[in-house]
Design a protein around this ligand. Structure first.
Ligand SMILES: Nc1ncnc2c1ncn2[C@@H]1O[C@H](COP(=O)(O)OP(=O)(O)O)[C@@H](O)[C@H]1O
Ligand SMILES: [Mg+2]
Length: 238
């Protein structure tokens, strides 16, 4: 068993007076892929943002490789090897794809050489033909791909991906799942993936947490998840 990379215990989170997460506990080991499932409004994005200190007010223990993150601002957390790819993608519309990728290099942790645009193109063959396009010229699927690739540039130890498959055509979803899986294998990066697309999540993770109304209602391996089909109907069906 490899050691814990991200450890969360007793996490509560709020937006102003609205209490959204309740005593959440979760662990991601070095290099592990963990899926965070749950329907709209379950608290998945709030959990990822709490790890980055990017929005909600969070109280509880969050540690990266044994180091408490409390009090550290978002940029410091990035320098420790955390990278959030938010659901709204945030591709700069009037910069090229290459420039969008280059901008991400500054978030590399100390002592880590960020990946060049050429290296990104090697890792994401689907990006190469897009490299000179402006952000606004990309389709939704292409933007999502560029956002994920940009998340890899700084070579994070843990990638936090927020619903990368949302709104993508099934064929693109499959290709993106392959890319994400390959990145994990090649870079040895761990992954915490918020998703509602179960087949996408299954393809690039080995462990599952299920959130409902801000609480963890299940955690286990994919076979353990599959052994309880009622989880899907009760917590994921729309
Ligand atoms: N910026 C915000 N301000 C106030 N409430 C929010 C904000 N973002 C999310 N919420 C609320 O927090 C709850 C969890 O939302 P969220 O974490 O986005 O869920 P998910 O990502 O699982 O769809 C929802 O009830 C949502 O309405
Ligand atoms: Mg969300």
């Amino acid at each position: 068993m490899s050691e814990a990379l991200l450890e969360i215990e007793g996490l509560d989170a709020w937006y102003a007076d609205s209490h959204v997460l309740f005593g959440v506990g979760l662990e991601v080991r070095q290099g592990q892929g963990v899926a965070l499932l749950g329907r709209n409004g379950a608290g998945k994005s709030t959990l990822l943002k709490s790890v980055m200190d990017a929005g909600p007010r969070a109280v509880g223990r969050i540690e990266l490789a044994g180091r408490p993150l409390a009090g550290l601002p978002t940029e410091k957390r990035a320098r420790l090897g955390l990278m959030l790819v938010p659901e709204d993608r945030r591709i700069f519309p009037h910069l090229t794809v290459a420039q969008n990728l280059e901008l991400a290099a500054h978030a590399a942790p100390r002592g880590v050489t960020a990946l060049s645009v050429a290296e990104i193109c090697k890792r994401f063959p689907m990006i190469a033909p897009l490299i000179e396009r402006q952000g606004y010229q990309l389709s939704g699927g292409q933007q999502q791909l560029v956002a994920v690739a940009r998340g890899v540039v700084a070579r994070p130890r843990l990638m936090l991906l927020d619903e990368p498959a949302e709104g993508l055509a099934p064929l693109i979803v499959q290709e993106l799942a392959e890319e994400v899986r390959r990145i994990r294998e090649r870079e040895g990066a761990a992954l915490l993936l918020a998703e509602q697309n179960v087949s996408f999540a299954r393809h690039c993770t080995d462990y599952v947490y299920l959130l409902d109304s801000g609480r963890v209602v299940f955690s286990g391996s994919w076979p353990e998840f599959d052994a309880r089909p009622e989880l899907k109907t009760r917590y994921l069906a729309v």
